[in-house]
Design a protein around this ligand. Structure first.
Ligand code: FAD
Length: 399
């Protein structure tokens, strides 16, 4: 019997690690990933300002797994009828049960010129390119960077760019603009969290323009429509850098579609889709936001249902899958050197939020990476913000 997991991001890694502990030893377990590394993608924006972060957020999958075989290859398609995964190099990997955890690509929403002129932010080379081009803006003595899409990744990218300009002492010459089609930043998140994120962006002088859609993009300017368009700019915004964080699409291996699954994460009795590759309507009927947090949380159910599928195939019976419902303790984002943490009904900003953010990252790495990696990240966080612990101590003393 052969179980194959496609993708070594949050969903693929956590599902595989769980299966290593639960699948009978006779079952062959393989993880296919095109990079061979696990990327801690929710910290990717940090690598724009701090390239040294790259080593901290990219970990070889072979170091993180015990029993599974890691195969470095690009998945081209999944043939459910033949139960075979086609690889870009022409090889095929056959399976009895497959987990598709290939994450998401960038959705340019067919806006003319965006795919050609905007930079996405999903993988390490994207962060390096954004850094390089923003450095060009800084070196030219100033200019404007436009980030289109104010979801989790857009907000954090705009924050990094604004902080980058501050760190270089040229904030007065660089404008960072964050465009969002809806009438608020981080739409879909709780109101208090949204308000705190907006305050952090204002603190860094990010020019937030909500209710504003990009209608076209060129090499030097974007065209916009919507409520923030005024007669001064007439809907044309020149830029030295354009980053597009305006949407996600399914992986190419799934024809660009995020497959719809319910809380069992099953497409059929042998195929599971988990993480951003899936559009999940969970056990409560709610659509789950594509996020690292949801990918990690869904993976336990994905692994349990894979183990059940294997058992049912061996016993020649119908599987009985469990259903997952997304429950979140809260949300966390960094905005430059600041952060916003929403935990239950409380929202934190400043050093407390920073500390919570670091602690969560460290816990993730300690659970799914290694303690050494976790401590290295913590050290880096603390070194980068020398005053952090003192500030927290002061704050705790005050309360
Ligand atoms: C800048 C940024 C900031 C973010 N901040 C947050 C945040 O604060 N909180 C939060 O919860 N979420 C955040 N997110 C979203 C979060 O990172 C994603 O939701 C999460 O990575 C999804 O996990 P996944 O396992 O589904 O996919 P991924 O983590 O994208 O993993 C997919 C894996 O599949 C592999 N792969 C892809 N295609 C192929 C192929 N054809 N063949 C073989 N392998 C392939 C990739 O190499 C990768 O290892 C952020 C995202 C970005 C970009």
């Amino acid at each position: 019997m052969r179980v194959v997991v496609l993708g070594g991001g949050y969903a693929g890694l956590v599902t595989t690690r769980t299966l290593e502990g639960t699948l009978p030893s006779a079952v062959d377990l393989t993880l296919v990933d095109e990079t061979g590394d696990h990327l801690i993608q929710h910290e990717l924006h940090r690598a724009i300002r701090r390239p040294e972060f790259v080593d901290r957020i990219s970990l070889p999958l072979t170091d993180l797994l015990d029993r599974a075989t890691v195969r470095e290859a690009t998945v081209a398609s999944v043939d459910r009828e033949d139960r075979s995964v086609r690889l870009a190099d022409g090889d095929a990997v056959d399976y009895d049960v497959v987990v598709v955890a290939l994450g998401a690509g960038t959705d340019y929403r067919d806006v003319p010129g965006v795919a050609e002129h905007a930079l996405p932010l999903k993988r390490l080379p994207h962060a390096s390119r954004i850094r390089r081009e923003f450095r060009g803006v800084l070196d030219a003595g100033g200019g404007r960077a436009v980030v289109a899409g104010a979801g989790l990744s857009g907000v954090q990218t705009a924050g990094e760019l604004a902080q980058f300009a501050r760190d270089e002492g040229v904030a007065g010459h660089v404008e960072v603009v964050l465009l969002e089609a809806e009438d608020r930043v981080v739409p879909g998140f709780p109101e208090e969290f949204r308000a705190a994120v907006r305050e952090e962006l204002d603190r860094l002088d990010v020019a937030v323009r909500t209710g504003t859609r990009v209608t076209a993009a060129g090499a030097d300017a974007v065209e916009m429509a919507g409520e923030s368009v005024d007669s001064a700019d007439a809907g044309t915004l020149p830029h030295g850098l354009l980053v597009w964080t305006g949407g996600v699409r399914g992986p190419d291996a799934l024809d660009g579609r995020r497959r719809e699954v319910d809380g069992t994460l099953a497409l059929d009795e042998r195929t599971f889709v988990v993480g951003d590759a899936a559009r999940v309507r969970d056990g409560s009927g709610a659509v789950v936001p594509p996020s690292a947090q949801a990918a990690v949380r869904a993976s336990e159910t994905a692994a349990n249902n894979v183990a059940e599928a294997v058992e049912a195939l061996r016993a020649g019976r119908e599987p009985a899958f469990e259903t997952w419902t997304f429950e979140t303790p809260g949300w966390l984002v960094s905005v430059g050197d600041g952060a916003v943490a929403q935990l239950g009904p409380r929202t934190f900003t400043g050093p407390t939020a920073n500390l919570i953010k670091s602690a969560v990252g460290v816990t993730y790495l300690a659970d799914h990476g290694s303690l050494a990696d976790a401590l290295a990240v913590l050290r880096e966080e603390v070194e980068a913000e020398r005053d952090l612990l003192d500030a927290v101590r002061e704050r705790v003393g005050e309360e």
